[in-house]
Design a binder for this molecule. Structure first.
Ligand SMILES: NC(=O)C1=CN([C@@H]2O[C@H](COP(=O)(O)OP(=O)(O)OC[C@H]3O[C@@H](n4cnc5c(N)ncnc54)[C@H](O)[C@@H]3O)[C@@H](O)[C@H]2O)C=CC1
Ligand SMILES: NCC(=O)COP(=O)(O)O
Length: 353
C-alpha cells in the first residue's frame, strides 16, 4: 500500500479506552500489515505514557500533517491537539470529551483542506460525550454536521448545498450491513422507519458501493422488521405497508433491491452470496451478525459524506484499556480500507445522488 500523498487522519477517540493502545499496536505492525501513513490526532505525552505503560518501544514524534508521511517509517506521528489529556486507562475524566471532540473537528478540517486523505476514527464512549453536552448520537451524524457546516452558506444566507445525509455501513470481506435506524431505542424504531428513510438510505448505499467500492451493479437485500417479514401482514404490518413499498421504489429507481426478506435467514453463508449489502431495520439486526462473523475484520464506514471515514467496528473496551490485550486488527482493517476508498482510481468525492 502506497505511503505517498497526504496521510490518513486518525482521531484519538476516548483517551481512557483502547484507542491509544491499538493506535500504538497498529503503528508497530505498519510494515507487516502494509499500512498507509497515518497521523494520530492526540497529545504526544499521552501516547508516550501509554506506550511506556504497555511496554511498547514506539517512538512518538510531534508533527504537522505535512511531515507525517516522512516521519511514519521511524516514529508514530502525532499532531498535537494542544489540550491536557489526563484520563487513565479505563477511567474517563473531564478531559476525555473535549479531547475526543477536538480530534474529530481537527480531522474534518484536515480532510477538507486536503492535508489528510481520509479520516479514521478511534472509538468514543457515547455516554461520556453526551454527559459533556455532545448533541449528536455518534460520529456518523456529527461528521455529517461538520461537513454541512463546512459546505457553508452562499451569499444571502441560503445553504449552498443540502447537508449530507450520513449512512452507517459495517463492512467486512464476508458481509456488509447497513442499519437504517441507528442509535435509537428499539421502541422508537417502528415510528422512525418510513418508506422515505429506507429509500434514501438504499440510494446512498447503492451510489457509494458504485462510486467508492467499485461494484458495478450493487445488490441490496432489505431485511424485514418483523418475524418472517410480517408473514403477509399477520405478524405486524410494517413490512407490508412500509418496507415493501420502499423496496419497490428502489427497484423503480433502477437499484437491484430485494425484500422485505426474513432477517433470520438472511445471514447464513449461501444467503450472503446473493447480495452486496443488507439493509437492516435497526442497529442490532445489522451489528449482531457482522460482529459474530467478523469481529476483528469488520470496519465501520460512513457513506454519504463528501470524504472517506472509517472506524474499527468495536467500542472503547474500557475493561481492557491499558492491559496490552487489545487486538488492533479492526483498526488495521479500517486504516487499509480508508486508504483504498480514498486512493487513486477511486472517486474521492462521491457524486451527489
Ligand atoms: N465507533 C465508535 O465510536 C463506537 C463506540 N462504542 C462505544 O464503546 C463503549 C463500550 O461499548 P461496548 O458495548 O462495551 O463494546 P466494546 O466493543 O467496547 O466491548 C465489547 C467487548 O469486546 C471486547 N473488545 C472490544 N474491542 C476489542 C479489541 N480490539 N480487542 C479485544 N477485545 C475487544 C471488550 O473488551 C469487551 O469485552 C460504549 O460507550 C459505546 O458507545 C461502541 C461501538 C463503536
Ligand atoms: N455501534 C456502532 C457505533 O456505535 C458507531 O457509531 P459512530 O460513532 O460511528 O456513529
Amino acid at each position: 500500500m502506497s505511503r505517498a500523498g497526504p496521510p490518513l487522519a486518525l482521531t484519538l477517540g476516548e483517551p481512557a479506552g483502547i484507542g491509544p493502545d491499538i493506535s500504538l499496536l497498529a503503528w508497530q505492525r505498519r510494515d507487516v500489515a502494509a499500512l498507509p501513513a497515518f497521523a494520530l490526532l492526540a497529545t504526544p505525552e499521552l501516547m508516550r505514557t501509554r506506550a511506556e505503560a504497555l511496554g511498547l518501544a514506539v517512538p512518538v514524534e510531534r508533527v504537522g500533517f505535512g511531515d507525517a508521511a516522512a516521519v511514519f517509517p521511524r516514529a508514530l506521528p502525532v499532531v498535537d491537539l494542544g489540550l491536557p489529556v489526563t484520563a487513565a486507562p479505563g477511567t474517563p475524566d473531564a478531559t476525555s470529551a473535549s479531547a475526543a471532540i477536538a480530534a474529530i473537528d481537527r480531522a474534518v478540517a484536515a480532510v477538507t483542506t486536503g492535508e489528510a486523505a481520509a479520516i479514521v476514527t478511534n472509538p468514543i464512549a457515547k455516554h461520556v460525550l453526551y454527559a459533556a453536552g455532545f448533541r449528536q448520537p455518534g460520529h456518523t451524524e456529527y461528521l455529517a454536521e461538520l461537513a454541512g457546516r463546512r459546505a457553508g452558506a452562499a451569499p444571502g444566507g441560503a445553504p449552498r448545498e443540502a447537508p449530507p445525509r450520513p449512512v452507517m455501513m459495517l463492512w467486512s470481506p464476508t458481509l456488509a450491513v447497513v442499519p437504517v435506524t441507528i442509535h435509537v431505542a428499539l421502541a422508537r424504531v417502528p415510528d422512525l422507519l418510513t418508506r422515505e428513510l429506507i429509500v434514501a438510505t438504499g440510494r446512498i448505499v447503492a451510489r457509494d458501493l458504485v462510486a467508492r467500492f467499485g461494484i458495478a451493479r450493487p445488490r441490496l437485500a432489505v431485511a424485514g422488521l418483523d418475524p418472517h417479514a410480517g408473514e403477509g401482514g399477520s405478524i405486524g404490518t410494517a413490512d407490508r405497508d412500509v418496507v415493501a413499498p420502499a423496496v419497490a421504489a428502489l427497484v423503480a429507481a433502477g437499484i437491484a433491491a430485494r425484500g422485505p426478506l426474513p432477517a433470520d435467514t438472511l445471514f447464513h453463508a449461501a444467503a450472503r452470496k446473493t447480495y452486496d449489502a443488507a439493509l437492516c431495520m435497526y442497529h442490532d439486526q445489522a451489528l449482531i451478525p457482522i460482529k459474530t462473523l467478523a469481529f476483528h475484520d469488520a470496519v465501520n464506514v460512513t457513506l454519504g459524506l463528501p470524504f472517506v471515514r472509517t472506524s474499527p467496528d468495536h467500542g472503547t473496551a474500557f475493561d481492557i484499556a491499558g492491559t496490552g490485550t487489545a487486538d488492533p486488527s479492526s483498526l488495521i482493517a479500517a486504516l487499509r480500507l480508508a486508504a483504498r476508498l480514498a486512493g487513486p482510481g477511486r472517486t474521492a468525492r462521491a457524486a451527489v445522488a
